[in-house]
Design a protein around this ligand. Structure first.
Ligand code: NBP
Length: 481
């Protein structure tokens, strides 16, 4: 092809290949480069007749692109500290001498937002423009339309907007992409999105575990999830959970889910979310419980050994009325999910304010409605909540969600009690409930905590009967031994 390409992509693994096919299908000519050149050759050969330009060197790749060049990097990202350098940095270093002022480099991998900020500043020094874009939706999303969370200068976003809007998923005609904010804002929001995804997945697993221990078959559970997917809980994760439960192993005829070892993997974005929450002193207990549940699940040998030593109820859930249990677990899941989103959005709000990113939580929730793993019907409600009140202190305080929490809470409490008394772990259900009850408590036992701190460390305390900010210390009795 003699004409220059509109878009270039480096990194033809699963995400890169699907993203290229998506961009090409919207009428753009795309140049591609992969470190291992045989991958490029095979990819281009597999798609004859498409507007693809395969290149063997980065020089050839760069020369094949129209100005200003738009180069999307989709390679493995592993750097988590300022000092770390990974494949994204390696590619950037190789590109710099080949590019012209004003060219745009996009990192579409799962990069840590602070490394994105470092790269943004570094490339700006070189006269190059940088976008750190979170891309969600896995392989299918990349091919058919992902949710995209780009961060960087607004002026650079304007150049990228036509391509990003055309390739993104669409919901009610709106593309699931907005300019999130400057610098690392896009990758930051993608990171929290992944944390929320961890929470959603764990909550669904807890619902499944209760049903399983109440004697439901996998087909019965599949039917429940399929039915839930018609209502308030409609979401991609509920949908795939129903489908996964239906799946039978061709060899044994057994449900595939029951043949899968109960050891969960993770790639790190959930842990990054926890570290970030701790740094910012924001409570994300549901997401925390979800990350920790994966960690405990991975300690299979220890759990199997402990199962014969630590005593407790055997996990059997005694539910006389199965339909009643289904309703109660539905409500526990719905309420816990609201709390999980309230926490995740609170973290985004808090960091956004500190960084001066001017984030729009309602629009962020709107671009999660399609393309991404956490796509769900109830995100519309979140968008409505922040449209009505952009300064909402906590999602739980929105009238719609307040009402749902009020109506579901009795069932939620009963499910947490039932599971706890049955010896069945529900860490995310109970963490959510603990957050709800703590957040609505006008008085917590932190008064005794302050007394303890003052007792051993003279840390002082405020008094209920004196003006705020005035500090007091008590001469506590001496303790011997
Ligand atoms: P991988 O994360 O597995 O990365 C493989 C690609 O990176 C290959 O093209 C490989 O080239 C290239 N690469 C590596 Br590794 N080191 C390189 C280097 N030093 N220089 C140049 N290229 C190098 O691919 P993926 O699963 O498609 O994911 C791509 C990005 O998208 C990641 O950041 C990932 O976290 C993110 N993401 C993935 C998903 C998903 O569902 N998989 C979803 C959302 C986001 P080679 O062929 O020569 O080895």
């Amino acid at each position: 092809m003699s004409q220059k390409s509109d878009f270039g992509l480096i990194g033809l693994a699963v995400m890169g290949q699907n993203l290229v096919l998506n961009v090409e299908s919207r009428g753009f000519q795309v140049s591609v480069y992969n470190r291992t050149t045989s991958v490029t050759d095979e990819f281009v050969a597999k798609h004859p007749g498409k507007k693809l330009v395969g290149t063997k060197t980065l020089e050839e790749f760069v020369q094949s692109l129209a100005l200003p060049r738009k180069i999307h990097i989709m390679v493995k990202s592993t750097a988590v500290k300022d000092t770390d350098r990974d494949a994204v940095d390696a590619v950037i270093e190789q590109l710099i001498p080949l590019l012209d002022q004003g060219d745009i480099v996009i990192d579409g991998g799962n990069s840590f937002y602070q490394t994105t900020e470092r790269r943004d500043a570094y490339l700006a020094e070189k006269g190059l423009r940088f976008i750190g874009a979170g891309v969600s939706g896995g392989e299918e999303g990349a091919r058919k339309g992902p949710s995209i969370m780009p961060g960087g200068p607004a002026s650079t976003w304007e150049v990228m907007k036509p391509i990003f809007e055309s390739i993104a998923a669409k919901v009610d005609g709106e593309p699931c992409v907005i300019h999130i904010g400057p610098g690392g804002a896009g990758h930051y929001v993608k990171m929290i999105h992944n944390g929320i995804e961890y929470g959603d997945m764990q909550l669904i697993c807890e619902a499944y575990n209760i049903f399983k221990h109440a004697g439901f078959t996998t087909d019965e559970m599949a039917a429940i999830f399929n039915e839930w997917n018609e209502g308030d809980l409609l979401s991609y994760l509920i949908q795939i959970s129903g489908k996964a439960l239906e799946q039978k192993d061709p060899e044994t005829g057994k449900p595939v889910v029951e043949l899968i070892v109960d050891k969960a993997g993770q790639k790190g974005t959930g842990q990054w979310t926890l570290m970030n929450a701790a740094e910012n002193a924001v409570v994300i207990s549901t997401i925390n419980a979800a990350v920790e549940a994966r960690i405990l699940s991975s300690q299979k040998k220890q759990r199997v050994a402990a199962s014969t030593q630590l005593t407790g109820p055997d996990g059997t859930v005694n539910a006389a009325d199965k339909a009643d249990l289904v309703k109660k677990v539905h409500d526990a899941l719905y309420a816990s999910k609201i709390v999980s989103y309230a926490q995740g959005l609170d973290l985004i709000r808090s960091t956004g304010e500190k960084k001066g990113w001017n984030l729009d939580l309602g629009r962020i929730a709107a671009i999660w409605r399609g393309g991404c793993i956490i796509r769900a019907r109830f995100l519309n409600r979140i968008t409505d909540a922040y449209r009505t009140n952009p300064t909402l202190a906590n999602l739980m305080l929105d009238p719609f969600f307040k009402d749902v929490l009020s109506k579901t809470q009795q069932n939620w409490r009963e499910v947490v009690s039932l599971a706890t008394l049955s010896g069945l772990p529900v860490p995310a259900f109970s963490a959510s409930l603990g957050y709800y009850d703590s957040y609505r408590a006008a008085r917590l036992p932190a008064n005794l905590l302050q007394a303890q701190r003052d007792f051993f460390g003279a840390h002082t305390y405020e008094r209920t009967d004196k003006p705020e900010g005035q500090m007091f210390h008590t001469e506590w009795p001496e303790v011997i031994g």
